[in-house]
Design a protein around this ligand. Structure first.
Ligand code: EPZ
Length: 422
């Protein structure tokens, strides 16, 4: 397994290009199952999760061709004829469960393996199942697979999600586009990735209103046609690299960044003493000399502070002046980066969903282990500010969600390299 070596090297300076959103692309790709005509995605990120989703869609009979070095995905659902999403693929990536709704809508059936637990939590699918059953699907769990069937097709319904689950909103939204009649989806998730999905589905001929609010209304249509859609900018990659100059000092411009996608992070960084502004080219972040101030963070559903930026913010708070409290309300086990940061001299006390951080003047480089995607990048951020060398092991986690981390950070003056694994 590869490792990444980072050596603290003082303030950063320069520009980092931000890619298309992983979590938008992973729900836009299954949309190709809804139509027999070609769906082309541009601005796609080059990530291992995207390759995994491509393999899954191809196993279902779809065509997926990566063009332009992977930035364009030319897909077609014309040949989709297999309702089985196999465990061997699904266990590698939970987002595979986003083929459930589209398969039900297109084929009238689906057998999708449950993804199984993951490092950050059990991540059940009860909200997905309840919503799709309200659209007329019959779903039962057998041999670790969700066996779903809609023998009489899907029928629009009024649905209220018990929790604004991102994936359940996406599965239900996609299924409802081909249901008979109108679906009103209440307590829907409001993430920008859902807005992006709705825009793509509308370009395919879907009738959707209200995306980005907590109530989405979908009028089912008989079929969807092809489209070309540009994947929205990745707000989590953007937020991650905004924290790089905040923790290491200096000034970095995140090309393609839109401050509207990271409002709560921006407010927190400004409260900590970091300067954040929108330029014509993207988001400019600079941290003058001296330490930043400690701020408290509570993760919430959008538009609250994103859980996917909690680990990165914790790394930053480890170097702040003062004490901060980070509360994780979305996942039950998302503080695995804390013990690794403590190996670098951070002072963190974790009790359930609360982490109390006492900022220290200087972190020290150390060998640490990545445990999940966002934890791995928080260790690299800490390494940028640490004295000496930090070796982050198991970086396959990193490659799932961040393209060319070494190139992007070296480009602004970081000393960082990948060491091939044994
Ligand atoms: C999406 O996961 C993202 N993944 C996650 O990003 C992100 O952390 C999460 O939304 C929250 O914003 C993709 O978009 C591919 P949820 P998802 O359903 O859809 C519980 C990353 O780092 N829940 O909103 O799986 C669940 O256990 C990844 O890029 C149920 O109980 O998130 C969790 O505690 C990590 N039953 C909470 O809700 C359900 O049926 C939020 O889950 C569904 C979810």
């Amino acid at each position: 397994m590869d490792s990444i070596l980072v050596t603290g090297n003082g303030p950063l300076k320069g520009q980092i290009p931000i890619a298309g959103a992983k979590n938008a692309c992973l729900t836009l790709m299954p949309a190709t199952l809804l139509s027999e005509e070609p769906l082309t995605l541009t601005n796609a990120p080059r990530l291992s999760d995207i390759k995994t989703m491509s393999q899954l869609l191809q196993s279902l009979g779809a065509e997926v061709t990566a063009l332009n070095d992977g930035k364009v995905l030319a897909m077609s659902g014309h040949g989709v004829d297999n309702p089985l999403a196999h465990y061997d693929i699904v266990r590698k990536m939970r987002a595979s469960n986003l083929v459930l709704g589209p398969l039900l809508a297109r084929l009238g059936q689906a057998q999708v393996s449950l993804p199984g637990g993951c490092a950050i939590g059990a991540r059940p699918m009860d909200i997905h199942v309840t919503a799709l059953e309200q659209l007329g699907a019959e779903i039962e769990l057998k041999d670790g697979y969700l066996h779903a069937a809609a023998p009489r097709g899907l029928k629009g319904a009024e649905i209220t999600l018990r929790f604004a689950s991102v994936g359940a909103t996406e599965n239900t939204l996609m299924a409802a586009t081909l249901a008979k009649g109108t679906t009103v989806l209440k307590n829907a998730a409001r993430e920008p990735e859902i807005v992006d999905l709705a825009r793509c589905l509308r370009a395919m001929g879907a009738l959707i209103d209200g995306e980005g609010t907590d109530t989405i209304v979908i009028d089912g249509v008989d079929r969807l046609h092809g489209a070309t859609h540009q994947v929205v900018t990745d707000r989590i990659e953007l937020g991650t690299y905004m924290i790089a100059p905040a923790i290491a000092g200096g000034e970095v411009e995140l090309l393609g960044g839109d401050i509207a996608l990271v409002e709560t992070l921006t407010q927190k960084l400004q409260a900590a003493g970091v300067e954040v502004s929108q330029t014509n080219a993207g988001v400019l972040v600079s941290r003058p000399n001296g330490r930043i101030r400690a701020v408290d963070v509570k993760t919430e559903i959008y538009p609250g502070f994103p859980t996917d930026l909690q680990a990165q913010m914790m790394a930053l708070m480890c170097t702040a002046e003062g004490n901060s409290v980070l509360e994780e309300t979305i996942f039950e086990n998302r503080f695995m980066h804390a013990p690794e940061l403590m190996r670098m001299g951070a002072q963190i006390e974790v009790q359930g969903g609360i982490a109390k951080v006492a900022g220290v003047a200087q972190l020290k480089g150390a060998p640490v282990m990545a445990t999940d995607l966002r934890a791995s990048v928080s260790l690299i951020l800490a390494g940028l500010a640490a004295e000496g060398e930090t070796r982050v092991n198991r970086v396959y986690h990193l490659d799932r969600g961040y393209e060319n981390v070494e190139e992007k950070l070296s480009g602004v003056g970081a000393i960082i390299q990948r060491v091939p694994g044994e």
